[in-house]
Design a protein around this ligand. Structure first.
Ligand code: SF4
Length: 315
């Protein structure tokens, strides 16, 4: 087992609203090992993006603890986080919005190098930017372009190059390819994996797309209504998902291997509101196995003999 790079314990983020408290993230326990690629999957609105923003401390947690590389960072000030942010990069969903339209590619990529004092001696900054562009399959000439002169795939490569510039240990990727064509997605994922291998990076992907997580993750987590319901090595979850929600989610996706099928569960009903979620197991209104216990008692997030963790009274 490798060493833990990022850990959260009982992490919560609740927002006030006119209808009550929105429990966007509601008691997450998670450990990410160094050098691994973690993929968190869940439907839109389940709290994935909020979780990332709380872990990066772009949002203050309501409760719980965050540790990075063995250090508790929960109470870090903005200034303390600024130094640490160099270690944690972020690639956003929409490359069209993520880049400042008034800056050239050179300015976009060199900016974090300057902010964090990582620019090599004068003149070499250009070399650094060119190296980063080349690592993402782009050419020197792209340096003088503005974002509107680039395709969606090129913009996302610039977004990744910017994240790589400060040589972080961990990169968060929020639906990094969902705005792109399938052929472009594949190229970007290959470049990301190459960068991960070469730079010994740790990735934290979030997506609603199981097929993306299937390709990129070593470890997979499934999130539902502010909580993680199942987590474990990707092969375990894909071959034999345990939690009824995981089974329902995976059943809805065409299986690439026709010889392999899981016991299907049809997800019915709407996802309940994160304002006053159902008592007990929050999946109980949609679960075909729900019984009286499920309606009053929240299941523990339990580790099973095969190494996965599941939050369900059936296990
Ligand atoms: Fe279904 Fe009960 Fe398990 Fe929740 S705890 S997933 S309601 S069986």
């Amino acid at each position: 087992m490798g060493s833990t790079l990022l850990e959260v314990r009982n992490l919560k983020k609740h927002f006030p609203s006119t209808a009550g408290w929105v429990k966007a993230v509601d008691g997450i326990d998670l450990k990410i090992e160094k050098g691994k690629s973690f993929g968190l999957v869940g439907e839109s609105g389940c709290g994935k993006s909020t979780l990332i923003r709380v872990m990066l401390k772009l949002l203050e947690p309501t409760a719980g603890q965050i540790f990075f590389d063995g250090q508790e960072i929960t109470g870090y000030s903005f200034k303390e986080m600024r130094a640490l942010r160099k270690e944690m990069g972020m690639v956003f969903e929409d490359p069209h919005l993520a880049l400042n339209p008034r800056m050239t590619v050179f300015d976009i990529i060199s900016r974090p190098l300057k902010i964090h004092g990582l620019a090599r001696k004068k003149g070499d900054l250009t070399v650094q930017v060119v190296e980063l562009l080349q690592s993402m399959g782009l050419q020197t000439e792209h340096m003088i372009r503005f974002p509107h002169e680039l395709s969606g795939g090129q913009k996302q490569r610039i977004g990744v190059a910017r994240a790589l510039a400060v040589e972080p240990q961990l990169i968060f990727l929020d639906e990094p390819t969902s705005a792109l064509d399938v052929s472009v997605q594949t190229k970007i994922l290959k470049l990301l994996e190459k960068a991960r291998q070469e730079r010994d990076l740790t990735f934290f992907f979030i997506s609603h797309d199981i097929n993306l997580i299937r390709v990129v993750a070593d470890i997979m987590g499934v999130m539902y209504l502010g909580k993680i319901v199942e987590i474990g090595p990707k092969e375990l979850l894909l071959d034999d998902p345990h939690h009824p929600y995981t089974r329902g989610l995976f059943s809805a996706v065409p299986e690439p291997d026709p010889d392999h099928s899981i016991t299907e569960i049809q997800l019915t009903g709407e996802v309940p509101s994160p304002v006053n979620p159902p008592p007990g197991c929050n999946f109980n209104p949609r679960c075909p196995h729900a019984d009286d216990r499920c309606r009053v008692e929240e299941p523990e997030f339990r580790e099973l003999a095969d190494g996965r963790r599941v939050a369900c009274h059936l296990y």
